[in-house]
Design a protein around this ligand. Structure first.
Ligand SMILES: Nc1ncnc2c1ncn2[C@@H]1O[C@H](COP(=O)(O)OP(=O)(O)O)[C@@H](O)[C@H]1O
Ligand SMILES: CC(=O)N[C@@H](CCC(=O)OP(=O)(O)O)C(=O)O
Length: 261
């Protein structure tokens, strides 16, 4: 199992910036190895929901997804965002195939149980069908995965894109040396939120706990790092968090924050 597979996640802030997104996709197309793109798009879903007078409510980084919001995210993630990424990758010479977790049964989840909060149509991943994804890669297709999953009861469920990426990376570790790279709009995990150049080069569980306790690491970075450490424990080879513009350097291990156990 010496061949590397890159699982690259791109967040909504970059997707919402056409120039940054297009530069990122051109770099992604240049990676000369098997690869998978997992995308978010939360920012665009929030904007389109607002234009339809549908208010967004987030709790601990997760979108409360009632039926009208489910319709919005289905259209935005599964349609608008996914297909625009696929067509740009095709133009860059990359034979991308757009999928939600329901297509080909690749990612099944369970509707998040109602405890104190009812998240609505939000899924927690139960199983990623690595064999099916591998069949796409063997056909030289590049999967572009939208943050929607399906349940065995036939529900379509909104699912956090960071978890889609880490779950996919874990499942593919049975076939490849998997390298998970989270791309976003900062140069990495920062030790000073006001200094964009204060990149932590290597983050371990004890240093993460320190930065979290002092509030230096907060909000959306917490679930991202939790899923990063969990992915490493479950067999993923490397996890990097970097700026979308630094993707090719991160592939070489030369940019961003490297997460280690
Ligand atoms: N120490 C930190 N370094 C960098 N980003 C941080 C830090 N603490 C919190 N963040 C926040 O985490 C966010 C990234 O997580 P998230 O909102 O899930 O973004 P995305 O899904 O676009 O990747 C950043 O936009 C930033 O506001
Ligand atoms: C359940 C849940 O919260 N789903 C996310 C899926 C999109 C996402 O994760 O997008 P980013 O990576 O751009 O944040 C949402 O609707 O915001």
């Amino acid at each position: 199992m010496s061949q590397s597979l890159y699982i690259i996640k791109i967040g909504g802030n970059v997707i919402d910036n056409p120039e940054a997104c297009s530069a990122f996709l051109n770099d992604f197309a240049k990676i000369n190895a098997p690869k998978i793109l997992v995308h978010g798009g939360g920012k665009i879903a929030t904007q389109i929901a607002a234009s339809l007078q549908i208010e967004t409510q987030m709790v601990e980084g997760r979108r409360i997804t009632d039926k009208p919001m489910l319709d919005v995210v289905t259209m935005v993630y599964g349609g608008l965002v996914n297909k625009n990424l696929v067509v740009q990758l095709q133009a860059a010479g990359c034979n991308a195939i757009g999928l939600t977790g329901a297509d080909g049964g690749i990612i099944r989840s369970v509707k998040r149980p109602v405890k104190t909060i009812d998240y609505g149509f939000v899924g927690d991943i139960e199983e990623v069908n690595g064999t099916q994804i591998n069949a796409l890669l063997t056909s030289r297709l590049i999967p572009v995965i939208a943050p929607l999953t399906y349940s065995s009861e036939g529900l379509l469920l909104n699912t956090n894109a960071d978890n889609m990426a880490s779950g996919t990376a874990v499942a593919m570790s049975q076939f490849f040396k998997t390298k998970l790279i989270y791309c976003f709009e900062k140069k990495g995990v920062l030790s000073d939120p006001d200094d964009d150049n204060a990149v932590i080069s290597s983050l371990t569980p004890p240093t993460y706990a320190d930065y979290k306790s002092t509030g230096v690491i907060n909000k959306g970075m917490i679930p991202k790092l939790d899923s990063s450490f969990a992915a490493l424990e479950a067999g993923v080879s490397t996890v990097t968090i970097c700026h979308a513009a630094d993707l090719l350097q991160a592939v070489e291990g030369l940019a961003g924050t490297i997460i280690t156990l």
